[in-house]
Ligand binder design. Structure first.
Ligand code: HEM
Ligand code: HEM
Length: 197
């Protein structure tokens, strides 16, 4: 059987853990379910990959036929990232919730922001590809449009990527701050590996 947390903390109703209060004992006991941990790290790797390759490869390439394969890969992985986010949100509804921390509201807002940005990115990406003819090119029925620079949706997609980069940076810094400064073991909640029986 999986052991997620001290029963006293179930349902998020546990004792609040102070910011400067190490609280290692209570914090360490909670682990996200294996499925949530797997989805978190798979989605994280995928999203970081899309942000880096989108910025430094896709956006930098001229729209020649060579780029079609890159577009195809970007679209498939982008759609997969959106599916993983939906799975993440569904899992969060059925799995035990983490015990409260003092900054819980901010953490929740931040997590929601990450999920919403990924979904908006996928939607704007699909809409842009449909409108500009990139999807038709990927499906083999037309050449790639010369440039996407004039499309408002291209600007929206680009802006959303910058917002997501900023929020991911805050998220990672917050996780490291908890781990190394507050020392409350927050990172262990997302540590892959066997749950204790
Ligand atoms: C989590 C999902 C996604 C992320 C993180 C992401 C990330 C990016 C990034 C970083 C860029 C370059 C932006 C820039 O430097 O201005 C980009 C461009 C683009 N993305 Fe996405 N994307 C995602 C989903 C999608 C999806 C699902 C589609 C289409 C179905 C798509 C279509 C495009 C297109 C057409 C471009 C323009 C490339 C160019 O100007 O040559 N994206 N994306
Ligand atoms: C790459 C380094 C990353 C680290 C070190 C990291 C670390 C963590 C940790 C420790 C938690 C648990 C926080 C808590 O219980 O309050 C968490 C949760 C979460 N992370 Fe990350 N994360 C990373 C990347 C990402 C990325 C790229 C995304 C999405 C864009 C993301 C989205 C989330 C979400 C939505 C949660 C809430 C838990 C859930 O609903 O599954 N993380 N992360």
């Amino acid at each position: 059987m999986l052991c997620y947390q001290d029963p006293a903390l179930a349902g998020g109703g546990g004792a609040k853990i102070g910011h400067r209060n190490p609280g290692t004992h209570t914090m360490n006991r909670f682990r996200y379910a294996t499925s949530q941990i797997a989805v978190h790290w798979l989605a994280a790797a995928l999203i970081v990959f899309l942000l880096v390759t989108g910025t430094f490869v896709l956006a930098e390439m001229p729209n020649t036929a060579d780029k079609t394969g890159n577009f195809r890969m970007h679209m498939i992985l982008g759609a997969l990232a959106a599916v993983l986010v939906v799975v993440r949100v569904l899992l969060r509804r059925v799995k035990p919730r983490p015990p409260a921390v003092v900054a819980e509201k901010w953490a929740h807002l931040g997590h929601m922001g990450l999920n919403v940005l990924v979904l908006l990115l996928a939607m704007s990406g699909v809409a842009l590809s449909l409108q500009s003819g990139v999807l038709a090119a990927v499906l083999g029925s037309a050449p790639l449009p010369e440039s996407l620079d004039g499309w408002t949706l291209r600007k929206v997609h680009g802006l959303l990527t910058r917002l997501l980069m900023a929020l991911v940076a805050v998220h990672v810094l917050a996780a490291l701050y908890h781990q190394w400064v507050v020392k409350d073991g927050l990172l262990l909640r997302m540590r892959p590996g066997k749950h204790q029986a």
